[in-house]
Structures are given as C-alpha cells and as structure tokens.
Design a protein around this ligand. Structure first.
Ligand SMILES: CC(C)(COP(=O)(O)OP(=O)(O)OC[C@H]1O[C@@H](n2cnc3c(N)ncnc32)[C@H](O)[C@@H]1OP(=O)(O)O)[C@@H](O)C(=O)NCCC(=O)NCCS
Length: 160
C-alpha cells in the first residue's frame, strides 16, 4: 500500500459536521452536536465520540466509539468496561479497501470487549472481523441484534 492513513479522533466543529452529512447514518446525534455548537453549549473543537479516516482533507470513513463503565455491563463475563461501537461507515467510493477493517482494529486496540448493533447486510463484514452474535435476551436487547467481540479470556455473560 502506497498511502498510509491514520485513525483520528474527530473534534466537533463546523467542518466536521458538514462532512458528516455525506454519511448515510446522519441523524439526531449529529443534529444535536450542531445545535449545541450553534448555541455555545459545546465549545468549538471539543471532543466527540467519533473517530475517522481522512484522505487529504476529506473524511472518508468514521465510527462512534464510547467506553461503557463496568457497572453497566450486561454482556461480558467477568463484567468489565467495554467499548460500544456504532455508526461505522465507509463512503461508497472507498469501500472494500480496508478502511472499515482499520477502524475496527483501532477499536480492538483498547484491549476491551466490543459491542455493536450492526446494520442489516453488514453481517458478513462483522463475521470477518471476528464478531459473534450475542445470545438474544429480550429484556436487554429489545429491538437490537448485538454482536460481540471477545478478547482472550473474556466470555459472554450467561444467566445466573
Ligand atoms: C460495511 C463496511 C463498514 C465495511 O468497510 P469496508 O472498508 O468496505 O470493508 P474492508 O475493505 O475493510 O473489508 C475487510 C474485510 O471484510 C470483507 N467484507 C467487507 N464487507 C463485507 C460484506 N458485506 N460481507 C462479507 N464480507 C465483507 C472484505 O472482503 C474484507 O475481507 P478480506 O480481508 O478477506 O479482503 C462498509 O462497506 C460500509 O460502510 N458499508 C455501508 C453500507 C453497508 O452496511 N453495506 C453492507 C454491505 S451491503
């Protein structure tokens, strides 16, 4: 590979929020960030839960990643801090070139378990990344179909 790109934390500012509009999963989370910026509830260039990959000046892939404290862990055994991953998306022209995998590997580099709720049609990708379906529990998962990534020595939580 000739070009090396890096995963970067994305700061909340007007440029980033404008670039987010190119992603299909633009929604209430991004609109709220924009409103908070406009009304000075958040400062320009404050931290966001997003990480992304730039090619030149253009954001071509992104994900949200948030560390959930162990006291809220209902997925892993032993219960522990874990990473919640959502809104992983690579812009169409850049798909199939390893950028999705690069973002997932960045998430794995925290050495914590990962939980994600995949979009329809992306199961093949997640399986390739070593994620497995969580045992469905209605009271916990409701409309979600969570996928889990388990680092060595970590197991899925089972009913006591
Ligand atoms: C799903 C998505 C995040 C994957 O990112 P990407 O950068 O395109 O994927 P990568 O190039 O990193 O792929 C890594 C590996 O997963 C495989 N893979 C990617 N998408 C796949 C899919 N839908 N099904 C099965 N395998 C897939 C690749 O072939 C590659 O395998 P390899 O290492 O053997 O070559 C990205 O394509 C995306 O945002 N898609 C948006 C729409 C969507 O969800 N599409 C799902 C497919 S219809």
């Amino acid at each position: 590979m000739g070009i090396t790109t890096q995963v970067q934390p994305l700061l909340i500012n007007y440029k980033t929020l404008e670039e987010f509009k190119r992603f299909k999963e633009y929604g209430i989370q991004e609109l709220t960030m924009l409103e908070d910026l406009q009304s000075n509830i958040v400062e320009n260039n404050s931290e966001s839960p997003f990480f992304g990959i730039y090619i030149g000046n253009a954001l071509i892939a992104r994900m949200s990643l948030y560390r959930i404290p162990a006291k809220y862990d209902n997925y892993f055994d032993p219960p522990q801090d874990y990473m919640e991953l959502w809104k992983l998306e690579v812009l169409k022209d850049y798909q199939g070139q390893g950028y999705g995998q690069q973002l997932v590997e960045f998430a794995k580099s925290y050495k914590l378990p990962i939980k994600t709720n995949p979009r329809i049609n992306s199961h093949g990708f997640w399986e390739r990344m070593g994620f497995q379906k969580a045992t469905y529990k209605v009271e916990r998962d409701l409309g979600e179909n969570p996928l889990l990534w388990l680092p060595e020595g970590v197991h899925e939580q089972v009913e006591e």
